[in-house]
Design a protein around this ligand. Structure first.
Ligand code: ASP
Length: 327
């Protein structure tokens, strides 16, 4: 099939003209692919039990997600399930274990997107919803809206019968100590995200976070902003971001990766590299992405990003800095 020529014009001036690579044949692309992240930042040293715990948590999440994809589950169901699992794990800054706001509360943000029809749902600054990603999915499936915030989002959760908890449910000793300034928080920032390609060639992405530690009440980052922290389009890729949300919003990072593929014909790895290393500033964070062909990008400009990938026929691989983490 001849390459589709796609040109991006700015006024009369032609600024970029690329050939979008033709999709890989069904036989050439992996049957399914799952990529998961657990936040960017710094990480405990090799041998630190917390590092082993992060790697084990991600490996188990990948195993569960790939087993579901292997059995024919839809990518949108798998990314929701895996993000929900990580929200329930107090190690991560999402759901239980989320960081605290300046005034000592938790405000949670999440979003989900399906690449086949651009359906998406998001919630921001929710305080009492046990699994924000499940509420984001409900916004997508059961409301005409894309983003609900605060008390309105919580009222919708109640209407949908989603589990409610006291805000203190999300607090762990480690987060409380870090908030009190009793000890520096040297863990990765701990946002969680998942992107998947399923057996039917459909893409999906999901992201969930407690946001930045010590944020003002009401501050919302990129994670619940479709196009900034999360994006999926079956024609290009699925993306989940982690890092300094303000920067990811400013540059519409997740959507920009997709747009570079669509309009400039870049592969997902080049597009992700461009956004992380040329558009964003050093240390801003990282992204995970999977293309419609099952090509994977895991790019960061921080010392560490907890991340991993699984595909058919191979055990999941988990990384925190450069080399794969030992099993
Ligand atoms: N991106 C998230 C936010 O700004 C935080 C993170 O990924 O660490 O809310």
């Amino acid at each position: 099939m001849p390459a589709r020529l796609l040109c991006l014009t700015l006024g009369a001036a032609l600024v970029a003209c690329g050939a979008a690579p033709p999709p890989r044949s069904r036989a050439a692309r992996p049957a399914y692919t799952l990529v998961v992240h657990g936040g960017a930042g710094t990480a405990p040293d090799a041998g630190d039990p917390r590092r082993l715990a992060y790697a084990a948590a991600l490996r188990e999440a990948l195993e569960e997600g790939c087993a579901a994809l292997d059995g024919g589950a839809a990518s949108v169901d798998v990314v929701e399930r895996i993000v929900r699992r990580l929200e329930d794990d107090p190690l991560f800054n999402a759901g239980r274990g989320a960081v605290m706001t300046r005034d000592g509360h938790h405000e949670l943000d999440a979003s989900i997107m399906r690449g086949s029809d651009h359906a998406c749902g998001a919630v921001a600054a929710v305080r009492t919803v046990r699994n924000p990603i499940a509420l984001a999915r409900a916004v997508m499936d059961h409301s005409p809206h894309v983003l609900l915030v605060g008390e309105g989002a919580e009222a919708f959760a109640r209407e949908r019968g989603l589990p409610e908890v006291d805000n203190a449910f999300f607090t762990t000793d480690a987060r409380r100590e870090a908030w009190r300034g009793a000890r520096p928080d040297d863990s990765p920032r701990g946002t969680v995200g998942a992107v998947a390609l399923d057996r039917d060639g459909h893409l999906a992405a999901a992201t969930s976070t407690g946001g930045l530690a010590g944020k003002r009440a009401g501050r919302v980052g990129d994670s619940p902003i479709v196009g900034a922290g999360t994006y999926a389009d079956d024609a290009t890729c699925a993306v989940s971001c982690t890092g300094t949300g303000e920067e990811f919003i400013r540059h519409g990072v997740a959507r920009a990766i997709s747009a570079r593929m669509e309009l400039a014909g870049e592969g997902v790895a080049d597009a992700a590299r461009h956004l992380v290393h040329r558009t964003l500033r050093p240390g801003d964070g990282g992204v995970i992405a999977v293309s419609r062909d099952g090509e994977v990008a895991m790019e960061r400009s921080t010392p560490a990003m907890i991340r991993g990938v699984c595909r058919p026929g191979a055990p999941p691989e988990v990384f925190i800095d450069d080399a794969p983490e030992p099993r």
